[in-house]
Each structure stands twice: as structure tokens, then as C-alpha cells.
Design a protein around this ligand. Structure first.
Ligand code: GAR
Length: 223
């Protein structure tokens, strides 16, 4: 089987990147391989995680482009195309990507967001949910379009918001779900099971009553 070549974009701690790399090593990423990690920030833990895993990693610092977003995006695209990336995964990547980037990878960019979209898009999804007083929070993996966290939803997982939660506790609970959902979506895409019909996304072969909302525990967790 020809593998799906994955490029992962990061900006920070890279725990989602780690979940992808761990899944790949454990054979849970299907026919997908992480071929490149790009960080827009130097010195972040995500870079070290890639190095430890032996994955090619590079910093493309957005600050070096002095506000010229098009040039920054061109540099990212160039690097990703040079290693023939099929799928771009935004795993805690904190820059918005525009038309020129998305046109280089049409329908091939996914993002993980720490909220149940369409609620609480943009920065600090967890804090937004807490301040709003939501009782259920969670995470979403979605295709990226030109809006902010507005592309078609691929999968979501929910967690309760507890009365004594602070932002840190809620973010940790959500993050644990992110680490389950994101590698799974990459595997589904690599296996050709993700079918897009307008805004609706179907995962082929999950079973009659299943959807890509993740319960806990999930039979597939053990797979
Ligand atoms: C994750 O919670 C991710 O959902 C969020 O940043 C965190 C990155 O953690 N992303 C966004 O808010 C994107 N708008 P990580 O670096 O440990 O994977």
C-alpha cells in the first residue's frame, strides 16, 4: 500500500504531535507516515519530540517574514512540497493559514481545535467554554478552510466540565481526548475512509449506528 505522507505543523509543546508519532510507532496510524515537522517557533518542545522520534524537523519562524504572511506561507508550502506531503496536520499550530497555503493542498489540511465547534472558535477554546458556563466541552478535528475553525467537522469527542474546573484542569481533560481523536482521523484519511459530502463528512466502515463522535472507552482504542 502506498503510504500517506504527512506533514505536521506545530507551535508549542507538541503533545498532539507526540500522540501521532506514538500511534505511528505502535502501528495505529494505518498507511500514514510523518515525513516532516515544521514549527513556526524556535525552541519549542515539539521540535525536540520530533528529533527524539527521528523525524525531519525544521523551524520556519514567522517573525522572520516581518508580517508578510504570503511569503511565510510560501516558505511552508515549498518545504512541504519538497518532501511530497499528501496531508498537512495542524497540531497546535497557532498561525492562521490563508488561500495560498490552502490552494497548495486542496482538501488536504486538517486542524485540531480544543472545543466542540462551531462553539468557541479561535484562541483559547477551553477558556471560552469555561467562561461561557458550558457543561460539555471537547475537541474537534476538521478540514481547514479560509475561515477561523469553520471547515467541515471530521470527528469530535466530548468531556464534562466539572464545577471545580479551572482552565488547566479542563484543558488537560480535553487534551487527553485530542490525543485519541487526531491519530485516528489521520488513520481514517490514510485508509481512504473519510468521505466529504459538502459540509458533512462520513467515515466509511464505522458501522451502522456509529459516527465519528468518540465515546470512552472506544472499542477501537484497543485495536
Ligand atoms: C491543543 O490543545 C490544540 O487543540 C490547541 O493547542 C494545543 C496544542 O497542544 N490548538 C489550538 O488552539 C489551535 N487554534 P500541543 O502543542 O501539546 O499539541
Amino acid at each position: 500500500m502506498i503510504g500517506l505522507r504527512v506533514g505536521v505543523l506545530v507551535s508549542g509543546s507538541g503533545s498532539n504531535l507526540q500522540s501521532i508519532l506514538d500511534a505511528e510507532r505502535a502501528g495505529r496510524l494505518g498507511p500514514a507516515t510523518v515525513v516532516l515537522v515544521l514549527s513556526n517557533r524556535p525552541g519549542v518542545l515539539a521540535i525536540e519530540r520530533a528529533r527524539v522520534a527521528g523525524v525531519e524537523v525544521e523551524v520556519i519562524d514567522h517573525r522572520a517574514f516581518a508580517g508578510d504572511r504570503a511569503s511565510f506561507e510560501r516558505a511552508l508550502v515549498e518545504r512541504l512540497l519538497a518532501v511530497r506531503v499528501d496531508l498537512v496536520v495542524l497540531a497546535g499550530f497557532m498561525r492562521l493559514l490563508g488561500k495560498s497555503f490552502l490552494e497548495a493542498f486542496p482538501g488536504r489540511v486538517v486542524n485540531i481545535h480544543p472545543a466542540l465547534l462551531p462553539a468557541f472558535p479561535g484562541v483559547d477554546g477551553q477558556g471560552q467554554a469555561l467562561r461561557y458556563g458550558a457543561k460539555i466541552a471537547g475537541c474537534t478535528v476538521h478540514f481547514v478552510d479560509e475561515g477561523t475553525d469553520s471547515g467541515p467537522v471530521i470527528a469530535q469527542a466530548a468531556v464534562p466540565v466539572l464545577d471545580d474546573d479551572d482552565e488547566k484542569a479542563l484543558a488537560a481533560r480535553i487534551l487527553a481526548q485530542e490525543h485519541r481523536v487526531l491519530p485516528r482521523v489521520i488513520r481514517w484519511i490514510a485508509e481512504g475512509r473519510v468521505v466529504r459530502e459538502g459540509r458533512r463528512v462520513r467515515i466509511v466502515g464505522l458501522g451502522v449506528s456509529a459516527g465519528s463522535h468518540l465515546r470512552s472507552p472506544e472499542p477501537e482504542d484497543e485495536a
